[in-house]
Design a protein around this ligand. Structure first.
Ligand code: MG
Length: 391
């Protein structure tokens, strides 16, 4: 059922360390299974998506977000003839490198690393160490390439090239050059040549956007920070709310919200399928390599792109920048910054199992903090500073 432009495991560019094939699973299925069994994957359940993990049991976490991205990705992949297992492997791994406390934690860790770059002369960058601050996509790749410790013969999960390519959604030029030097012709190369990733990787990026637009509306209303009335200003949501009311005039409250979101999700999924089929036809793409030579072909129609952008801007203004969200993220930033200072001042506080060769102390500290769950970071902060910032 694979389309000619789908990634084919039989023609995979393979793993960094050669391994015999599994008897019953294709290589992308095996990658998916390795991700699910990883330590970093289990930690996603206690990591913030937008709302801090301890604020309520029903909000999305990085784990449930990743599962929703995988579900949407597989549905669309099947319709387009793309490789579902590869899409699922990339989707489940795409957020493995995220810090605790969502974007607040990531911004704080990035700022800490950048502030300490001036000290690089005192402690130079290690050979196994990326440039500059904290890039969460690169961190996801480092988790599956290096930081997971599960196999006797190599660090990381030894995933296929195509899975790693999809995980590295973005990369700065300096780090693409660093990756290219370590792995010539590897996953850094496309950033230097201005090429696209596989269609499966492109699909996960779009599925990610569809998933968070929808679930952030749901979580926003659940938290009381957004109201159904406010959402009437968002065309993409309101057209489906009205349609739901036309079909079910008595619908209200939570069920109206869910029905509108459900219809909105379906509309975006069908839009991506139609627009991508058209783009693939127009481009005359017949192989995965030809697809990589084009600007991304898995896409929304122009109208849906516009509508999704408007929804994103609404969420940015009204949810992500909501004073109540900003207040907790301010405390989250302090936890990360205080932990960074504490470990840097006294390396003995780092568990010895976390010490790694070829990395500066500041990078080892950053890796340790990035791997923490929200609640572990909060507890560790309280233990080291005696201060309790969250209850
Ligand atoms: Mg995501």
């Amino acid at each position: 059922m694979l389309a000619p432009y789908a990634c084919d495991p039989a023609r995979s560019r393979g793993r960094r360390y050669p391994e015999p094939e599994a008897p019953t699973r294709n290589p992308y299925q095996r990658d998916r299974d390795r991700v699910i069994h990883s330590t970093a994957f289990r930690r996603l359940v206690y990591k913030t998506q937008v709302f801090l993990n301890h604020e309520g049991d029903l909000f999305r976490t990085r784990l449930t977000h990743s599962l929703e991205v995988a579900q949407l990705g597989r549905s669309i992949a099947r319709a387009l003839g793309l490789h579902e297992d590869l899409v699922e492997a990339i989707a489940l791994a795409h957020d493995l490198g995220h810090t605790p406390f969502g974007h607040a934690g990531q911004d704080a860790l990035n700022a800490c690393l950048r502030a300490h770059e001036g000290e690089a002369a005192r402690e130079p960058r290690g050979e196994a160490e990326p440039h500059g601050g904290f890039e969460h996509n690169l961190q996801s790749l480092r988790v599956v390439d290096e930081l997971e410790e599960r196999y006797p013969d190599f660090d990381g999960l030894n995933l296929c090239f195509e899975t790693r390519e999809g995980i590295l959604k973005r990369c700065s030029r300096a780090n693409a050059e660093w990756l290219q030097a370590r792995e010539p012709g590897g996953v850094g190369e496309r950033f230097l040549q201005g090429r696209s990733p596989s269609l499966e990787a492109q699909l996960v990026n779009v599925a990610d956007e569809i998933a968070y637009n929808a679930h952030d509306i749901d979580d926003g209303v659940r938290s009381g920070l957004l109201t159904l009335e406010q959402l009437e200003a968002v065309a993409l949501f309101d057209v489906h709310r009205r349609a739901a009311l036309r079909d079910h005039p008595k619908l209200h409250g939570r069920r109206l919200l869910y029905e509108a979101i459900r219809r909105m999700l379906s509309a975006q999924v069908y839009d991506v399928i139609d627009a991508t089929r058209q783009a693939l036809r127009d481009a005359g793409v017949q192989t995965p390599e030809q697809a990589r030579a084009h600007p991304p072909l898995v896409r929304f129609s122009p109208g849906m792109r516009e509508a999704s952008g408007a929804l994103k801007r609404f969420l940015w203004r009204n949810l992500y920048r909501h004073p109540q969200v900003m207040e907790t993220t301010g405390r989250a930033r302090r936890v990360v910054a205080d932990l960074f200072q504490a470990y840097l001042a006294d390396a003995a506080l780092l568990p010895s199992a976390r010490r790694r060769q070829g990395l500066s102390l500041r990078r080892q500290v950053a890796d340790y903090i990035a791997g923490m769950t929200d609640r572990f970071a909060i507890r560790e902060h309280e233990r080291l500073t005696g201060e309790r910032l969250f209850f």
